[in-house]
Design a protein around this ligand. Structure first.
Ligand code: SAM
Ligand code: DTB
Ligand code: SF4
Length: 334
């Protein structure tokens, strides 16, 4: 259950997830990605499935459980986010959770079958003093034999090094959208700030988990632009979460037109084709997604999910529903 991602990479010679980072040389042009997105659906899925089988066990799904360790009250204005202080969403602010509560949640996640535990905090960026309790959480979760992931906002190089020293395996920091659409979603930090954090994380030797959100009102070309940014990171992120917007009442994006589920599946397929060695995570948005659409996402190359009944502040499918889905599809946790 605790197999690191590199074990599932048949072509990897390394036993360390950190060293499994693949040097990608191909640069993807926007028009190439737009062309992939526009393929006839069955041709796109066929290509994605072939790439998937060349690099991964087609039955394997990596399970990550999320926990919000500091909730709400965030000064940023991300238009999708229920934790921004600027929107009245009913999320109750909660100070940092005590270590014992975090470790108890991680233990439960492990017992339910998760291999990675991801701790999220609603910060623009952590203060140095915030990192010490987080470091203790990372050490404790690692001691349980789980992979560790954190998402804490923007990091400076020394902060990334501190997290690495504590034993952090993955840092999640999303680009969220194409640069061309970004200004419609967030005004309180620049796209370049996100790229700088990713550079600091990479330089510290931490695996990069970086993806985005679709269904925010972007057009297909802007969806292609997000994938181009992710695929052209060198190396590509080890983990690529593709989130479907969870529409939360009170946020500016509530009431947005729903994305056609087939366009969501297409986005997963194009992520798989352009980032063959990355885990592609079918992330937020599964609560209201049919089993059939989720099955199409796996067919398109998704090989990871968030597992457990809660994301950060919004619901996720019950673990029983996911176990049943995996069993019906003949898929196994890895
Ligand atoms: N505050 C930190 C930051 O923004 O980097 C870490 C936590 S933040 C909640 C992590 C990511 O969750 C965001 O970058 C965004 O991609 C995703 N997210 C937040 N709200 C979401 C929503 N309503 N639907 C889908 N994804 C969401
Ligand atoms: C990611 O890409 N998606 C997760 C995780 N990284 C931190 C967060 C989804 C949050 C959905 C809204 C919420 O539950 O607050
Ligand atoms: Fe704050 Fe992160 Fe939410 Fe943006 S996504 S408002 S930075 S918690």
């Amino acid at each position: 259950m605790n197999s690191p991602e590199s074990i599932s990479l048949p072509h990897s010679s390394s036993s360390s997830p950190i060293l499994s980072a693949s040097k990608s040389t191909k640069k993807w042009a926007l028009n190439e990605i737009e062309a992939l997105l526009a393929l006839p659906f069955t041709d796109l899925i066929w290509q994605a499935q072939q790439v998937h089988r060349d690099h991964w066990n087609p039955q394997g799904v990596q399970l990550s459980t999320l926990l919000s360790v500091k909730t709400g009250g965030c000064p940023e204005d991300c238009a999708y986010c229920p934790q921004s202080v600027r929107y009245d969403t009913g999320v109750e602010n909660q100070a940092m959770l005590p270590l014992n509560e975090v470790l108890a949640a991680a233990q439960r996640a492990k017992e339910a079958g998760a291999s990675r535990f991801c701790m999220g905090a609603a910060w623009r960026s952590p203060k140095d003093k915030d990192l010490e309790p987080i470091a203790a959480m990372i050490e404790g979760v690692r001691a349980l034999g789980m992979e560790t992931c954190a998402t804490l906002g923007m990091l400076k190089p020394a902060q990334a090094e501190r997290l690495k020293q504590a034993g952090l395996d993955f840092y999640n920091h999303n680009l969220d959208s194409a640069p061309e659409f970004y200004g419609d979603i967030i005004s309180t930090r620049e796209y370049q700030d996100r790229l700088d954090t990713l550079t600091a994380v990479r330089a510290a030797g931490i695996n990069v988990c970086c993806g985005g959100i679709v269904g925010m009102g972007e057009n297909a070309s802007q969806r292609a632009g997000l994938i181009a940014q992710l695929a052209n990171l060198d190396p590509a992120p080890e983990s690529v979460p593709i989130n479907l917007l969870v529409q939360v009442k009170g946020t500016p994006l509530h009431g947005q037109d729903e994305l056609d589920p087939l366009d969501f599946v297409r986005t997963i397929a194009v992520a798989r084709i352009t980032m063959p060695k990355s885990r592609v995570r079918l992330s937020a948005g599964r609560e209201n997604m049919s089993d059939a659409v989720q099955a199409l996402c796996f067919l398109a190359g998704a090989n990871s999910i968030f597992y457990g009944e809660q994301l950060l502040t919004t619901p996720n499918p019950e673990a029983d529903r996911d176990r049943s889905l995996m069993q019906r599809l003949g898929m196994q946790a890895e």
